[in-house]
Design a binder for this molecule. Structure first.
Ligand SMILES: CC(=O)/C=C/C=C(C)/C=C/C1=C(C)CCCC1(C)C
Ligand SMILES: CC(/C=C/C=O)=C\C=C\C=O
Ligand SMILES: [Fe+2]
Length: 570
């Protein structure tokens, strides 16, 4: 059985609390409490990690251009009250949690190479009655714990293997480690989301990376161990990093590398057992396309198959493929498959123009004029013009050293139209002039009430050029085909996350939250009015935070009975 998130009724004494840096307000009584565990595991002040392997990660101190985004900030635990500039809406009551790879150096065992490699780092900002508290903590995955104990990475991360076995025996043992899953990472650094049963899940693309955390203390609670036989199948150890979660279920896609295809599975809230809805076979080969995320409509699951495909030899031999675990095989074709959510039947499988997409924005059904039945499925994504170069853009030394260079590859909102009438081809168009968002777009979100439905607004990170990474927050109006952009010189904002005002009826009635690594080394959570896209508040952390990927919103009802007792908010 999976470990259930045990939600303590009251937060007793913290097990490990770090002292905030001098700029921290220090108003939280927890922050001043030293405990036995903290003494065993001495508190490290919040700062860039240092050490021989970590020098490359330190922010450049060259006249105020310091930036924490690509800097390891190891934080066993920090929490405290955060000063608010501006005015938080009275209705904003709940917790924003963000996950990401905030630690790229552990011990002397070698710094990571790629943004996607870093050890999972959680940041929390809780809002209540106009005030805010924050927390920051490493997720204690086996990958992280073993790296700390061994002085360097032990498991295979996105871009690298711990060491390269030279001997035949070494190569065989490596292959066995990968095929059995034992050598793969469980570092859950991509997404964090509340399940319908109150558990909070962090994850990335290996199924073993499904880690449960306490949303308030950010403590690692245990693994979600799926109580089904699906992970046991050889080469079925991979999952989408972006399951679609509703109050009643979790829906996800598992690429099958042995028999190229995808299983679409669901897991009911409260259960640990995934059940197969259906399977789609790949049209191209030799392996499935990279499956970071996928899309759903009210009635269908859309399974993309792009030419960036898992490299079996890279996985088995633990050797780098042209794109780490992937290779770009345009001749293998690009496809979109549409599966009925209730029957598991594939209702469309069409060839589409070559594409490269990591994140899907949303999808919906287009109704026919005659009988009102779904005639096509519309799927929107952050599309990189059929070019995997974006993966190399995210190499850490490029992010650190090319900050003033215009090396971010162009991207657009790609809109697929997948006909449901049996036609063999689908279309891919550009949804709005990419100049509206600086020809950069990724890290998208929508109003979750519009998931799978016709919608108008998407929020994402865009570009103000020159830049080497998305550096704006952008609100895309897909009807007017325009964008509104937020930008601060030199700052790196993370995914803008939409939170609806309770009782709202307009799609953009709410706020957008993003955590910003600012020029000068500062960090803050930014709150924008989603309708006007103007700043209404910023909530300052006492130190700059590393870049993070994806966030979620946990309404107070899930935390009821825990929050008040813990955070000293009156
Ligand atoms: C953070 C992000 O966007 C993607 C992370 C992807 C990861 C960690 C992929 C890991 C993998 C391995 C360690 C080996 C097996 C293949 C693959 C799932 C790509
Ligand atoms: C940060 C990123 C892409 C940026 C492109 O412009 C992708 C992150 C993927 C992980 O979730
Ligand atoms: Fe992602």
């Amino acid at each position: 059985m999976a470990a259930k998130a045990r939600l303590p009724t009251l937060c007793a004494a913290p097990t490990c609390t770090l002292l905030p840096s001098p700029r921290s307000p220090q108003t939280n009584s927890m922050a001043a409490t030293a405990t036995a565990t903290a003494r065993r595991n001495p508190a490290r002040p919040a700062k860039a990690a240092t050490g021989p392997q970590e020098a490359a990660a330190a922010p450049a101190r060259d006249g105020g251009t310091e930036l924490s985004a690509w800097t390891s900030v190891r934080q066993e635990r920090w929490e405290g009250e955060l000063p608010v500039e501006g005015r938080l809406p009275d209705w904003l009551s709940g917790t924003y949690l963000r996950n990401g790879p905030g630690l790229w150096n552990v011990g002397g065992g070698g710094a990571f190479h790629h943004l996607f490699d870093g050890y999972a780092t959680l940041v929390r900002v809780s809002f209540r009655r106009g005030r805010a508290t924050g927390a920051h903590r490493q997720v204690e995955s086996d990958a992280y714990v073993s790296a700390v104990a061994s002085g360097g990475p032990v498991l295979r991360e996105f871009s690298q293997c711990p060491d390269k076995p030279g001997s035949l025996l070494g190569r065989v043992s490596n292959a066995v480690g990968i095929l059995s899953g034992a050598a793969l990472t469980d570092n859950p650094n991509s997404a964090v989301l509340p399940l319908g049963d109150g558990r909070v899940l962090c994850l990335t693309e290996t199924t073993k990376s499904s880690v449960l955390v306490d949303p308030e203390t950010l403590a690692t609670v245990g693994k979600l161990r799926y109580a089904d036989g699906l992970g046991g199948m050889m080469m079925m150890m991979i999952q989408s990093a972006h399951p679609i979660v509703t109050e009643s279920e979790l829906l996800t896609v598992l690429p099958d590398l042995a028999r190229p295809g995808h299983l679409v599975v669901r897991m009911a809230a409260g259960s640990d057992e995934r059940e197969v809805i259906g399977r789609v076979d790949c049209r191209g080969g030799p392996t499935p396309g990279w499956m970071h995320s996928f899309a759903v409509t009210e009635n269908y699951v859309v399974v993309p198959e792009m030419p960036l495909r898992y490299s079996a030899s890279s996985l088995i031999k633990c050797e780098p493929a042209p794109y780490y675990a992937f290779e770009w095989l345009p001749a293998s074709g690009s496809y979109m498959h549409v599966m009925c959510r209730s029957t598991g039947k594939t209702v469309a499988s069409v060839e589409v123009p070559p594409f490269m997409a990591i994140h899907y924005i949303n999808a919906y059904e287009e109704r026919g004029e005659d009988d009102g039945r779904a005639a096509a499925v519309i799927v929107d994504c952050c599309e990189h013009y059929g070019d995997p170069a974006i993966i190399e853009t995210l190499v850490l030394h490029r992010l650190r050293s090319l900050r003033d260079k215009d090396v971010l590859p162009n991207a657009r909102v790609g809109r697929f139209r997948i006909p449901l009438d049996g036609s063999p081809f689908g279309e891919l168009d550009t949804a709005l002039d990419p100049e509206e968002h600086g020809r950069g777009i990724d890290m998208c979100s929508i109003n979750p009430a519009y998931l799978g439905k016709r919608y108008r607004y998407a929020y994402a990170c865009g570009a103000r050029r020159p830049c080497n990474f998305p550096n704006t927050l952008t609100k895309i109006d897909l009807v007017e085909k325009t964008a509104m952009n937020w930008h601060e010189e030199g700052a790196v904002p993370s995914e803008p996350f939409f939170v609806a005002r309770p009782g709202a009826t307009d799609e953009d009635d709410g706020v957008v939250i993003s955590i910003v690594s600012a020029l000068g080394g500062d960090g803050y959570a930014l709150v924008l009015d989603a309708a006007t896209f103007q700043e209404i508040a910023r909530v300052r952390f006492p130190y700059g935070l590393p870049y993070g990927f994806h966030g979620c919103w946990i309404p107070d009802k899930i935390l009821t009975g825990r929050f008040d007792g813990n955070t000293q908010v009156d």
